[in-house]
Design a protein. Structure first.
Ligand SMILES: NC(=O)c1ccc[n+]([C@@H]2O[C@H](COP(=O)([O-])OP(=O)(O)OC[C@H]3O[C@@H](n4cnc5c(N)ncnc54)[C@H](O)[C@@H]3O)[C@@H](O)[C@H]2O)c1
Ligand SMILES: [Fe+2]
Length: 403
């Protein structure tokens, strides 16, 4: 990258980092623990709310995950409207369809029940409800909503995205196949219910890939240049919890303690990256999600080691510290470079132990131009990555990702 572009990127990142320190991001009120979901209907009622819209997806409905919550709302004399058509990599069409139900049913609050897709879809339904004249496409980027959402309850059923803690919602345009983040302080949910019992039936491949998504949040936040004491603390705790618990949840899905630890890790990583940003792993993963429908966690899990290798020495120090925090990855006496390399190898080993592939299916050289354009537009100048990447360098990485 030429020197002018570098100075521009680093200047923007510097001012954003200061801005985020002056305007601290709120955290959701967290209700956590096994079985805590059963308390939600009374809690919602105690806030004077009567008619939620529950946003979820068909897969979650099919396995009956929201059924006890819906039944207990009926018992509590509450009417709950449901939108269950959210697709992975949720689309603008999903949002408009959910908004229609929200308006027609005169809803007064939103329950996001599911993985990142349902939570993000629900966030932008809320944004459209308070900004009816702003189309979703115009919300792309930063601070285009600036209005309080209806009371918002996030109930994650995967342990990955951390959307229950973040300022972000990532939306796809089904016509252009572009996937982009919408970021605004008002998108942080008001309440998050972390009930590990909801994650016990997560299939193995979703457990593994969503878990590595959380790890990617922690790592990208920690190695970036916009950390605070809080983000460092959250990212290191998340990294340790993930190395200690992810493989166990993959092998023994019924282990409630391990599931609970992964849920906490995903939340911590969300708190970290929403203040300290992500990096090129996410920028490329979002683009591939829009273009090929590659599941978000899978894309991140595959891309993460390649980008960390590409950062090279520029990321060695923070990666070495993460290796120390995670425990069991390196020796105290190892050099910084060796610790960092062992950390990257530990991620590769973790991926391999959970049958995560090393290449992106369907990635075509013909698409490199559009991928590079979109990914660099998302990442530069905002993401405070350890080393800035230009077009040529991204193409080199994409070539390595091809089957
Ligand atoms: N807003 C943010 O801060 C943020 C951060 C990272 C990623 N994201 C976005 O989140 C989306 C990905 O979310 P995700 O990885 O959680 O996956 P997802 O929400 O797309 O869900 C993946 C699949 O898992 C199933 N599922 C979910 N919970 C289940 C459970 N408990 N049991 C059985 N099946 C279950 C769903 O039905 C779905 O088929 C992407 O669009 C990504 O870009 C958002
Ligand atoms: Fe992510």
């Amino acid at each position: 990258m030429n020197i002018c572009s570098k100075v521009w990127c680093r200047t923007v990142q510097f001012f954003f980092a200061i801005g985020l320190k002056i305007l601290p991001i709120r955290k959701p009120e967290v209700i956590s623990g096994s079985g805590k979901l059963s308390e939600l209907p009374d809690f919602i009622k105690s806030k004077g709310l009567k008619k939620p819209l529950l946003v979820t997806d068909k897969g979650i409905m099919k396995i009956g995950l929201p059924a006890p919550l819906l039944a207990s709302m009926v018992s509590a004399d509450m009417e709950c409207a449901v939108y269950d058509e959210t697709v992975p990599n949720p689309t603008i069409d999903n949002i408009e369809a959910g908004l229609k139900i929200y308006n027609e049913s005169n809803c007064d609050c939103i329950i996001a029940f599911g993985g990142g897709s349902s939570m993000d879809c629900a966030k932008i339904i809320g944004a459209r409800a308070v900004k009816p004249n702003t189309p979703v496409g115009k919300m792309k980027g930063y601070f285009k909503i600036l209005k309080t959402l209806p009371p918002f309850f996030a109930i994650p059923t995967t342990s990955g995205t951390g959307s229950e803690a973040t300022v972000a919602a990532v939306i796809s345009n089904s016509v252009t196949h572009e996937k982009y983040p919408i970021n605004d302080f008002c998108l942080v949910p008001h309440y998050a219910v972390l009930d590990p019992l909801l994650t016990l039936k997560l299939p193995k491949h979703i457990t593994s890939t969503t878990g590595v998504d959380a790890l990617t949040h922690a790592v990208e936040a920690y190695i970036g240049r916009s950390n605070t004491g809080l983000t460092r603390d959250m990212a290191t705790k998340a990294t340790k919890l993930i190395f200690e618990n992810l493989k166990e949840t993959y092998d023994n899905g019924d282990n409630v303690d391990a599931r609970e630890n992964m849920q906490i890790a995903a939340y911590y990583a969300g708190v970290a990256f929403t203040r300290a940003f992500v990096g090129y792993v996410h920028a490329i993963a979002h683009t591939l999600g829009g273009l090929y429908g590659t599941p978000h966690g899978l894309a991140n899990a595959i891309i993460l080691p390649y980008i960390l290798d590409w950062y090279g020495k520029s990321a060695y120090k923070p990666l070495a510290r993460l290796a120390d925090f995670a425990g069991g990855i390196c020796e105290k006496s190892d050099t910084i470079a060796v610790k960092a390399q062992k950390f990257i190898q530990a991620i590769k080993d973790l991926n391999q132990s959970m049958d995560i592939p090393t290449k992106i299916k369907g990635l075509k050289e013909d698409d490199f131009k559009i991928i590079v354009k979109r990914a660099l537009k998302e990442a530069n100048p905002m993401y405070p990555v350890p080393k800035l990447m230009d077009k040529k360098q991204m193409i080199q990485v994409l070539k390595q990702l091809m089957e």
